[in-house]
Design a protein around this ligand. Structure first.
Ligand SMILES: O=C(O)CCC(=O)C(=O)O
Length: 381
């Protein structure tokens, strides 16, 4: 159990509820506690949705009585409501557990993304492991999928719901002269986030190799968390600029005209880096002072150097039948160039949103069948 204790301070006119965690004591405001009511008259316990309007609570709401019980904290509020708040519910409200694995940052010594066998992913335990690795490392490779067009949609549907974009539900990556995106030429592609001009940016990308008869076209992946840890350690001010400055990303072709303003480094509500909007082909800085512009360029250039540093990159041939699944912003992807004269190279890709694999992982974790099936073989022959 988390190191959290509750007590009452009765020195004022109305009792004050205090919570102490990791040696720090804070006041629990009556308004906050009141709206976390789990009383069946206040909360629909099936949907977990509130039955009352929190906007109607009086701003001067106070506790009239309160005591610490074995099971939790009992309080009476000045609006007449009284309730026993269970300790576990209070802890969950104060420090909600995301229920998903924390990110594990990695460098080149990861070698390859964790590999998962497509032929087993209909088993809940195998799917739960694959989702775990996808959420922790930001990437997996699904192997032994059929080398048939459209299979990537089936693999994607195992992890989430396919997102339609201006490239369609599914896009083909092969060399096409004068195509509307450089990904469709045989040139090398440095690490980047796809479609940073979309709002929201596609969450997770899948690339399915149908054929690669060339000696090039190796897949490259870099973990944005590892790279930005390094950048922040070297240049904290520059790192902060990349977090703060909204950059214009735009894309134009015959059918689309997208514009979006996003910082290059994405942080969550706790300030932890979750990914990057990084595409130096597509970003446009706002007009800033010369000093700020130089500082920004210095930080972004260093970010680019770190992203290109072999110490951070994994590089591997994606074989026919393999699907690289990766977070489009956490794990930047690229590829080495290839010579179309050597043979065919054809990948199919699609996107899913970030939140669905997280939801599926949580649902599998709370379903006993997902953990019961642990004796089944890890790999098929
Ligand atoms: O060709 C590849 O392996 C990757 C293509 C790519 O980076 C993209 O479609 O964004």
């Amino acid at each position: 159990m988390a190191d959290i204790a509750f007590s009452f301070d009765r020195s004022a006119t109305s009792p004050q509820l205090l919570v102490t965690r990791r040696g720090v004591t804070e006041v629990v405001p009556p308004l906050w506690l009141r709206e976390h009511s789990r009383d069946p008259g206040q909360l629909d316990l099936v949907s977990d949705q509130r039955l009352f309007d929190p906007h109607q609570l009086p701003l001067d709401l106070a506790f009239t009585e309160g005591r610490i019980d074995d099971d939790g904290v009992w309080v009476a509020f000045s609006d007449g409501h009284a309730e026993l708040f269970l300790v576990d519910d209070l802890i969950e409200a104060i420090e909600p557990d995301d229920g998903c694995p924390a990110p594990i940052s990695w460098r080149s010594d990861l070698g390859l993304p964790p590999r998962h066998d497509w032929r087993q992913l209909d088993r809940p335990v195998a799917l739960e492991r694959a989702l775990h690795d996808l959420l922790a490392y930001g990437t997996i490779v699904v192997h032994d999928t059929p080398c048939t067009e459209g299979t990537v949609l089936e693999v994607a549907a195992t992890f989430g719901r396919v997102r339609d974009t201006n490239f369609g539900l599914l896009f083909d990556v092969r060399s096409v002269p004068d195509s509307n995106d450089l990904a469709y030429r045989p040139i090398p592609l440095g690490p980047h986030t796809d479609n940073p001009y979309r709002d929201p940016v596609p969450g997770i990308q899948l690339l399915h190799c149908l054929v690669n008869e060339t000696s090039g076209g190796l897949s490259t992946l870099v973990d944005a968390i590892a790279v930005t840890d390094q950048l922040r350690a070297e240049d904290p001010e520059g790192f902060q600029l990349l977090v703060e400055v909204p950059v214009r990303f735009h894309f134009r072709d015959a059918e689309s005209a997208f514009d979006s303003y996003q910082p290059v480094v994405i942080v969550d509500h706790e300030g932890s880096v979750t990914g990057l909007h990084y595409s130096p082909r597509l970003d446009h800085l706002p007009l800033m002072s010369p000093e700020r512009t130089i500082a920004y360029h210095r930080a972004r250039r260093r970010l680019g150097e770190l992203l290109a540093d072999p110490a951070f990159e994994i590089r591997f041939p994606l074989a026919a039948g393999e699907v690289a699944v990766f977070s489009n912003d956490r794990v930047l992807h690229g590829r080495t160039g290839f010579d179309p004269a050597e043979g065919h190279r054809h990948l199919q890709g699609c996107y899913i949103d970030h939140d669905e694999p997280r939801s599926r992982y949580r649902v599998l974790r709370r379903t006993p069948a997902a953990t019961a099936d642990t004796d089944a073989p890890e790999e098929l022959a």
